[in-house]
Design a protein. Structure first.
Length: 328
């Protein structure tokens, strides 16, 4: 896999986050240190021993908190973890300052190899969907099933509502935006993000909104916040332009794992029309369409996503059992 590191990549301040992010009841967050990276890993104790492992990967600007609702609903079916990608959540930037999709895929592979948890049920949203697609293509031995929620796979004509996010990749844009919005409160910033990511922001409870505001305030205190957002966005744009065997669509065709695709009809960042291409590209796929959801269906409608995920697990287990049964 190739790197898209920029010449000034090491200019990102590598300092630990300040006050930690929210931890839900029944959850635990631990720190995992590997050469060159420190990862915050969120987990929820499974309801019984021996459940298969799962790993969830968030998108640009997200964190492991994005998976709390889904992990709670799956506690009786998988032993789930969600990590903060380096530079997001409670994970500081990586020493090599590589924020490319390929760089993050390496992080996932290194974590799974080091933890010995693979093969896992691998789940990704948005940029995380692109990352885990690359992981599943190059290391099929680490992946039991693949679940993609609004994966950031290349679009020739992105939606107009997605353009501002893509513009973060342009040098200087993030700092201009930061200066232009310096008077914005964390509450306003949170409302803007929710309006972009949710199909119906009214689904967010007052408690959830309060936690989101606190998290935004915490992140804005981090000296590397805007730099990581810029380079993360640049990493997605770079991944969109890769051709040949490194193309994300080409790698989607190589994925062997049974794949669940989840698309929201109201998604303003990943066009719903990409669902048809994804269904054709992933060889063993099924599609869940949520008419009222936007970009983060695992947060907007975790019950529906959990049901589809449980169906995927059940069907995969049944197929494996049939394959293992001797034919007499």
């Amino acid at each position: 896999m190739s790197s898209t590191e920029s010449p000034d990549a090491r200019a990102v301040p590598v300092v630990p986050p300040g006050r930690p992010s929210w931890v839900g009841r029944g959850e635990d967050v631990r720190t995992v240190t590997l050469p060159g990276i420190t990862l915050a890993v969120r987990s929820r104790a499974p309801l019984q021993e021996g459940l298969p492992p799962a790993l969830c990967v968030h998108g640009l600007g997200g964190s492991s908190q994005n998976w709390s609702a889904l992990m709670e609903r799956l506690a009786g079916h998988v032993d789930a973890e969600a990590l903060d990608l380096p530079g997001f959540g409670d994970s500081p930037p990586p020493d090599d300052a590589d924020f490319s999709v390929t760089g993050y895929a390496r992080v996932i592979i290194r974590y799974l190899d080091a933890s010995g948890r693979g093969p896992v049920h691998l789940v990704g949203n948005s940029m995380g969907g692109a990352i885990v697609t690359r992981v599943a293509a190059v290391r099929p031995d680490l992946v039991r099933t693949l679940t993609l929620v609004s994966p950031a796979l290349p679009e020739l004509r992105p939606q107009r509502t997605a353009v501002p996010t893509g513009l973060l990749a342009v040098p200087g844009i993030a700092s201009l935006f930061a200066r232009a919005t310096r008077e914005w409160t964390a509450e306003r910033r949170t409302r803007e993000v929710l309006a972009l990511c949710y199909g119906d922001p009214g689904r967010v409870t007052p408690e959830e909104f309060g936690r989101a505001v606190e998290e935004f305030e915490r992140r804005l205190e981090l000296p590397y916040f805007w730099e990581v957002m810029t380079r993360g966005a640049r990493g997605i744009v770079d991944a969109y332009t890769l051709g040949g065997q490194h193309s994300l669509w080409r790698q989607a065709e190589k994925v062997l794992a049974p794949t669940l695709l989840v698309y929201g009809k109201r998604d303003q960042l990943v066009s719903f029309r990409m669902a048809a291409r994804a269904s054709k590209s992933f060889r063993d796929s099924r599609l869940l369409t949520l008419l009222e959801s936007g970009h983060v269906a695992m947060m907007e409608d975790p019950d529906a996503v959990a049901r589809a995920f449980r169906d995927l697990l059940a069907d995969t287990a049944a197929t494996a059992e049939r394959s293992a049964t001797p034919r007499g």
